[in-house]
Design a protein around this ligand. Structure first.
Ligand code: FES
Length: 128
């Protein structure tokens, strides 16, 4: 199959992993490696050779991960599961209609990384 040249869309899937004791959660322990593979598989199923799926480091909305970013559409998804992938691939990546119920916005980026981790003494909080 001929290469498609410059991709029409990029899908960044965060696969960052932090230590369990870190106050800020990360996407890998929440299944994002499987998510990355599912995106690659489903874009293949639909022959979307002009969509590039990229494994990424932290994208910042860690509190609502696994996080996925679609460019150049500037669409963010949070809490994505493997079961959500066929719908995102078909509706958004193929048909250009973002899956609204999975979208996140600016407010999710501003959630405190320490929410729910009041058990950690200040001196033991590692840098983000
Ligand atoms: S660790 Fe995935 S968005 Fe930060």
């Amino acid at each position: 199959m001929a290469r498609a040249g410059m991709p029409r869309k990029f899908v960044f899937v965060c696969i960052n992993e932090r230590p369990a004791e870190h106050p800020r959660p990360s996407c890998h322990p929440r299944g994002s490696a499987s998510l990355f593979e599912a995106f690659r598989e489903q874009t293949g199923v639909h022959s979307l050779v002009d969509v590039k799926v990229v494994a990424s480091g932290c994208l910042e909305p860690c509190m609502v991960g696994p996080a996925v970013y679609v460019a150049p559409d500037d669409v963010w998804y949070g809490g994505v599961t493997v079961e959500d992938v066929p719908r995102i691939v078909e509706e958004h990546l193929r048909d250009d209609q973002p899956v609204e119920f999975l979208r996140i916005g600016r407010e999710e980026f501003e959630l405190s990384p320490l929410a729910g981790r009041s058990d950690l003494p200040p001196g033991e909080i590692p840098p983000v």
